[in-house]
Design a protein. Structure first.
Length: 224
């Protein structure tokens, strides 16, 4: 009996300590000339546990009037090439169901709306505990025409201000963001340097996940 209580208390203490652990998500993007690079880092326990996804190449292909994203993703397990063919097949199958199986399409649409409501609630719970530890966003723009440069720089400031205001309504900021737009006159130039680090606790993710599965279970029981 004494050992069972000891194991129980040890489990409670371990669960509490785990719930207080912070997860960090770092999003880094930079663009210079025609080269794009994206790095996504997810780490915790001072990077003792870390997972990195690198996307060194981003390009678009135009097929039948639709622009599709093609990228090369590098993970810890090696390179994974993504192709637009899978996305094209998905859209084509969806269109075929819409034309030939309208009842099935309406049923799929109802399921989509149902799961959208569930995942919106999940996202709201996660965002309620989400902190932005760092936001660095620098854009360098230049054009041969000084008037074009001035207009573009003003538009970039407006877009960045709107984006920051929108994010600030949903995410708490631990530090003041670093946002800059640098004009370059007399030459063509476009560079982006962006980094954003988010922090949230494991306990909040567990709570939001439990709430999501509980809502799905209640929905399944209600429909059954």
């Amino acid at each position: 009996m004494h050992k069972e209580l000891l194991v129980l208390w040890a489990g409670i203490v371990l669960a509490y300590m785990l719930s207080r652990v912070n997860i960090y998500i770092s999003l880094t993007y930079w663009r210079q000339d025609n080269d794009d690079h994206i790095i996504v880092d997810v780490y915790l326990l001072r990077k003792l546990i870390c997972y990195t996804i690198t996307i060194p190449v981003i390009k678009t292909t135009d097929c039948t009037g639709i622009v599709w994203l093609v990228s090369e993703i590098e993970t810890a397990k090696g390179d994974v090439h993504t192709h637009a063919e899978r996305e094209r097949r998905f859209i084509q199958n969806l269109w075929r169901i819409y034309l030939h199986y309208p009842r099935k399409f309406r049923r799929m649409l109802r399921q989509f709306r149902y799961f959208t409501r569930l995942y919106k609630a999940f996202v709201r719970k996660v965002l309620a505990s989400l902190y932005c530890e760092r936001l660095y966003w620098k854009t360098t723009f230049g054009a041969e025409d000084a008037a074009v440069t001035g207009i573009a720089v003003g538009a970039l400031w407006a877009v960045k201000g709107l984006a920051y205001h929108t994010v600030r309504q949903r995410v708490k900021f631990s530090k003041h963001p670093e946002i800059a737009v640098v004009p370059v006159f007399g030459q063509q130039r476009f560079e982006v340097n962006f980094q954003c680090i988010f922090r949230l606790r494991v306990g909040n993710v567990i709570t939001a996940t439990y709430s999501l599965f509980n809502s799905k279970r209640k929905g399944a029981e209600g429909s059954g």
